[in-house]
Ligand binder design. Structure first.
Ligand SMILES: [Mg+2]
Length: 262
């Protein structure tokens, strides 16, 4: 008997970081057109696309509009921790996870708040960097150079060891405090669980330090990073049995996804 409709090989959940992994600000167009065709073909086969980013909703939607993509993510992970689902019209928050996330962070940051002036003074005495608070962290950093961000984060990591659950999430010159239970990794694992899938059906691609929690075989069977990924990401992807592409940005993602269509 001839097999009818064998299950399509490849991932059912495709998670991509945005900046540097898919979107290259200085390229025109910033997302390779081949990504749209490839992703649309995979979506037609039942795969779902997640953008897993440190951006907030307005920041991501603005970049997506500028990229004029014809494909649409089914899910978003925003600020490396909040979950949204496209309901056919707009992105709606996944309330229970987001509420738990907000409550956990509120409790953690109440513990951190009294130390913020001391940490800020330490940074200002040594570096030309901006420290501020926003809706997601009482301590956010924009350093002048990546080397400065690295040195500052070493100091912050020493502080984090005094506060259970606290971690510093860094992406290039940006950093902020976060709870270790809510990361790009745990957020993607939650979407996987909600979809009734396991890591065996998940693809993940990222390029920077904030992507490390999702670039693990326990989260995704298929791991890819572009050639422009920072050395720590390349090392981890290699160690986890994933692929370090020779291609940069979205071209790396396209090449990896195309193999599932062949
Ligand atoms: Mg990135």
């Amino acid at each position: 008997m001839r097999p009818v409709h064998p299950p399509a090989p490849g991932p059912l959940l495709i998670a991509t970081d945005f900046d540097g992994t898919l979107f290259a600000e200085f390229e025109d167009p910033p997302v390779p057109p081949a990504f749209e065709e490839t992703l649309a073909a995979l979506q037609a086969r039942g795969a779902r696309w997640v953008i897993n980013t440190g951006r907030d909703l307005p920041g991501l939607l603005e970049a997506l509009a500028r990229a004029r993509l014809r494909v649409q993510p089914d899910y978003l992970v925003l600020v490396e921790r909040e979950l949204y689902r496209h309901d056919g019209v707009r992105y709606v928050p996944l309330e229970d996870w987001n509420r738990r996330c907000a409550e956990t962070h509120a409790a953690l940051f109440a513990r951190v708040q009294p130390d913020v002036p001391r940490l800020t003074a330490w940074v200002n005495a040594r570096f030309s960097a901006m420290v501020y608070a926003d809706a997601w962290s009482p301590f956010c950093l924009v350093a002048g150079r990546a080397e400065d961000a690295e040195a500052i984060c070493r100091h912050l990591e020493a502080y984090c060891r005094e506060v259970p659950g606290l971690t510093v999430v860094r992406n290039d010159v940006y950093a902020r405090f976060s709870h270790v239970d809510f990361s790009k990794g745990t957020a993607l694992a939650e979407l996987t669980r909600r979809a009734g899938l396991t890591a065996e059906s998940v693809f993940a691609a990222g390029d920077h330090l904030n992507d490390l929690p999702m670039l693990r075989r326990t989260v995704a069977r298929w791991l890819v990073c572009p050639a422009n990924a920072v050395p720590e990401v390349q090392e981890q992807v290699r160690r986890e049995g994933g692929e370090v592409s020779q291609l940069r940005h979205g071209h790396a993602v396209v090449a990896a996804l195309r193999r599932f269509l062949e």
